[in-house]
Design a protein around this ligand. Structure first.
Ligand code: ADP
Length: 485
């Protein structure tokens, strides 16, 4: 069963229950109110009868006549009791006056033929009852029986009745109205509910249809549904954003694989070329040695490239836990600078270190060393003879601030935003052939790896450069790396 139908059925069922409860409450409430009005009216009539009633005794003492126990007791008593009643009933009110023993005292004849048992009620014990077919014409009546005592005069029972057919008529009409109206209301509500549910769910159908057409190969497709900014609209927009991110990730992945293959192909072609040249005729031992030297260098570059690619793959899979430990950053910088000193000397570049005596931080020394070696090596690699490279380290705002400044050629501003992208090289042809001493491949991966290493330490790398003046890379690191978990 689809959501549309389920929603409509639930909605209609709840509405039905509510209406049924409401209708019952109206029916019961109205009936009771009409009945109470009727009963009040009967009570008023009784009060009027009793209020206008007078017993007058004449002749023999009734006590005595009772003692005689004669059969004509009632007649005699009736004869002796004079009843004065000044009462005109309202239209539709039936009444009679009975003696305590149930014999009629005054009976206008409304109840003729009706078998109303003489009441056994005593004064104060009034009683309301429904009586059907009590009257000769079969009218259903509400009968009120009220015994009474008039001080020093006598006692008796008044019975007053009134038809409640008009109440039955109201009940019947109300039931008819509800019986006809309820299905109609439920039908209208069901249709309305279906329409609303369809309206709310239609966009979801559209999303489903659109999403079905998008496969892994055409992630650049978007739903592009023009929906209002509501829950469903936001769902569609979020879906599009997710597609955009997936598309971007897929594109980067594809580009990465293409770039990596391209980077591998070049050294492999060189390798094959060198070997083929060496093999196309017999060579001297010196020539073979020279070829093997070149092969060795090229395989070194290939190994470095594969290692960098492997590192990035693990970085993408977040499989590169930091081995955090407290250590002296100055000591680490000193060792790195010493490592690159011969290369700087070789290129006639002055390499200086300007730091306080000690800077304690908590980080992964091996990874941080790799980062710094890469930046210092780049500074030496891309600077010309006579330039200088200065490495400084300080603590600023509770962060380690390491600057590697060179007086090299600088970098054109148009390249700066892309510098940390994978495989990005300012001068595509040149950098590949500039020898690297830090074991990097020169494939344009060094800075992206450095930026990622700074990032996993909770830090970042900034670059400032002016063409012809030099370049400064600034590494910011928190004094203690954030918790990996
Ligand atoms: P590569 O492995 O080619 O050195 P990097 O990612 O380390 O790749 O550097 C990217 C590019 O940034 C390099 O091709 C180079 O042109 C430029 N670059 C990096 N450091 C410097 C620097 N200190 N001075 C001038 N250019 C630099």
């Amino acid at each position: 069963m689809n959501i549309r139908l389920r929603l409509t059925l639930w909605y209609t069922a709840i509405l039905f229950l509510t209406l049924a409860l409401f209708s019952s409450a109206v029916y019961i409430g109205l009936t009771r109110s009409l009945m109470v009005t009727l009963d009040n009216h009967l009570q008023r009539e009784v009060s009027e009868i009793i209020g206008n009633l007078k017993f007058e005794h004449s002749g023999e003492d009734p006590e005595e006549s009772e003692e005689e126990g004669n059969d004509d007791d009632h007649k005699i008593r009736s004869g002796e009791l004079e009843i004065e009643l000044n009462y005109t009933p309202e239209e539709g009110v039936f009444w009679r006056l009975l003696a305590e023993n149930g014999q009629p005292l005054r009976d206008p004849g409304y109840f003729e033929g009706a078998a109303i048992a003489p009441t056994t009620l005593t004064a104060g014990q009034t009683q309301f009852e429904y009586a059907y077919a009590t009257l000769a014409n079969g009218t259903p009546i509400r009968l009120y029986t009220a015994p009474f005592v008039i001080e020093q005069q006598g006692a008796g029972v008044v019975q007053v009745a009134e038809s409640y057919r008009h109440i039955q008529e109201v009940q019947r009409q109300l039931l008819l109205l509800l019986a006809l109206g309820l299905p109609f209301i439920l039908l209208a509500a069901g249709l309305g509910g279906w329409f609303l549910a369809s309206n709310a769910l239609n966009p979801i159908d559209r999303i489903t249809r659109a999403a079905r057409q998008i496969s892994a190969d055409d992630l650049h497709h978007r739903l592009n549904l023009k929906l209002p900014n509501d829950e469903v609209g936001r769902l569609a927009a979020t879906f599009d954003q997710m597609l955009a991110r997936l598309d971007d990730a897929f594109e980067r992945q594809k580009r990465f694989i293409a770039d990596a293959s391209h980077e591998m192909r070049t050294p492999l072609t060189i390798l094959k070329g060198d070997v083929e040249v060496a093999l196309n005729r017999p060579r001297s031992a010196g020539e073979y040695r020279a070829t093997l030297d070149m092969v060795n260098q090229t395989t070194d570059r290939l190994t470095a490239l594969v290692e960098e690619l492997f590192l990035l793959a693990r970085a993408d899979n977040h499989q590169f836990p930091l081995q955090l430990e407290p250590f002296d950053l100055v000591e680490l910088l000193r060792r790195d600078v010493m490592k690159l000193m011969p290369r700087a000397f070789e290129k006639n570049i002055s390499l200086d270190l300007d730091t306080p005596v000690e800077l304690q931080i908590e980080a992964d020394p091996a990874k941080l060393s790799r980062l710094l070696l890469n930046l210092i090596d780049n500074a030496i690699k891309y600077s010309n003879s006579g330039a200088s490279v200065t490495v400084t380290a300080t603590i600023e705002h509770d962060q380690a601030h390491i600057a590697i400044a060179d007086t090299g050629p600088g970098i054109d501003p148009e390249h700066l935003p892309h510098l940390f992208e994978r495989f990005y090289r300012v001068d595509q042809a040149r950098s590949r052939h500039v020898a690297a001493s830090d074991g990097s491949s020169g494939a344009g991966l060094g800075l992206s790896i450095a930026a990622w290493l700074a990032k996993i330490h909770g830090g970042r790398i900034e670059v400032e450069s002016q063409v012809g003046q030099g370049t400064t890379f600034i590494v910011w690191l928190p004094r203690s790396a954030p918790d990996q978990s």
